[in-house]
Design a protein around this ligand. Structure first.
Ligand code: COS
Length: 383
């Protein structure tokens, strides 16, 4: 049965559960963490205890065994309050979860995937390099064989959660072929205690200091050759496939951020009075709110469509790119207008909308810039 909210009862209950979690565990800690520039490590355990970490990971590997529709709901509702925990959930279920679940060996799933989601471990993926961002296949980090070990050398940037991660996947070249054909994914457990692996710095970001984005140096890092995830040389396709899922996560973040900014704008426009009436009675404000409502709902429906396609077992490169691009562009527009509706208060840090605006900007860039995602969409139009 579909309810008037468009949610099946199980998804409606799940959404209420996430909202309760956000009210009790996330909302009270956002301000302090943001002010101190502290990554919310403690929240990850609480997410796990509440069944909100390994959402799409099968129960046999420590997850919740839920669908991507639930993933979309959780990431959206968390982002509506604070994007950082939503980003942790999204990355662990998508880039890391998908890579291990779909392409890892049974041993890797048993050993790594299960531990990540049983112990609520923080995960990271080292893909982007200074000269290989949008052109991901141009990466230069190498993993050369030495006996039954791999020796990894290179430099990465934008490794989210790197310095707090308990498990990391590095994307590196394991052959001489060039292009995307000799790229492999390599699992590195306990990356904080690996010789030659250095988290050089936490890149200061527009989003704020609580977010962790590392520059990472790999200087002769040795791991067993069994740490290659799935087939050697297939890593580029694996990470592209995982990025399809990650882009649905980014889309859900965009929807949540936009919804959070819209909620705040509605409250503010109702309370704030100028010229003896609430500012929502001025068309200059009320039309902004109407546009926000239309665009947020359109972005949500596109994201749900992408998630449902993934649940149906379809390849979702086009759908995920469409949802990601549209929803994150909406997030940027809505948050910018939300600051405007709040006037000078919106420009201050006393209200949450300036943070939503900073959060929105990142979503247009990570998980593939919106320009690259438009390229992915248009490529699929000619198939
Ligand atoms: N799922 C499965 N396979 C995929 C895929 C996907 N979503 N996307 C591409 N592939 C495969 C292609 O089918 C192709 O395989 P074949 O060699 O068998 O034909 C191979 O991967 C290479 O694809 P393509 O030629 O399209 O690769 P490009 O080097 O042109 O790169 C883009 C494509 C630009 C789309 C890719 O580099 C990209 O997404 N860049 C952005 C990177 C990004 O999102 N970074 C953010 C990281 S956040 S951790």
């Amino acid at each position: 049965m579909i309810t008037h909210t468009g949610l099946e009862p199980r998804h409606r209950e799940f959404r209420e559960h996430v909202q309760t979690f956000c009210d009790e565990q996330v909302r009270p800690v956002v301000e302090e963490h943001e002010r101190k520039g502290q990554f919310p490590l403690g929240l990850i355990n609480e997410l796990g205890d509440a069944g909100l970490y390994g959402i799409t990971i099968p129960e046999e590997y420590g997850g919740e065994g839920l669908d991507y529709r639930s993933f979309q709901i959780a990431v959206e509702e968390l982002s509506r309050v604070w994007k950082i925990p939503a980003g942790v959930v999204s990355l662990s279920c998508s880039l890391v979860g998908t890579s291990l679940l779909e392409f890892g060996t049974e041993e890797q799933r048993e050993e790594w995937l299960k531990e990540i989601f049983t112990e609520n471990l923080v995960t990271a993926v080292s893909l982007t390099e200074p000269q290989a961002g949008s052109d991901a296949a141009a990466l230069e980090t190498t993993a050369r064989r030495d006996g039954d070990e791999l020796v990894i050398d290179g430099q990465k940037v934008w490794t989210s959660h790197g310095e707090v991660a308990d498990f990391l996947i590095v994307v590196a070249r394991t052959g001489e072929g060039g292009g995307h054909h000799d790229v492999s994914l390599i699992g590195i457990p306990d990356p904080q205690n690996v010789d030659g692996l250095e988290f050089v710095r936490d890149i200061p970001c527009m989003e704020g200091d609580a977010v962790v984005e590392n520059e990472v140096k790999y200087d002769g890092v040795r791991v067993p050759e069994e740490n290659i995830i799935g087939e050697e040389g297939s890593g580029f396709k694996y990470i592209m496939r995982a990025l399809d899922v990650g882009r649905i996560g980014a889309a859900a973040q965009g929807v949540g951020i936009a919804q959070g900014a819209m909620d705040a704008s509605i409250d503010f426009a109702d309370e704030r009075e100028q010229f003896d009436k609430p500012i929502r009675e001025f068309q200059g404000v009320s039309f902004k709110l109407a546009d926000m409502a239309m665009n947020v709902q359109a972005a949500r429906l596109l994201t749900i469509w992408a998630a449902q396609n993934l649940d149906a077992g379809n390849r979702v490169s086009k759908q995920a790119a469409m949802a990601k691009t549209f929803a994150t562009d909406v997030a940027m527009d809505v948050t910018t207008e939300a600051v405007q509706v709040h006037g000078s208060r919106g420009y201050s840090k006393d209200y949450p909308v300036e943070r939503f605006m900073r959060e929105a900007k990142g979503t247009q860039i990570y998980e593939g810039t919106n320009e690259i995602n438009r390229q992915v969409i248009s490529n699929h139009l000619f198939e």
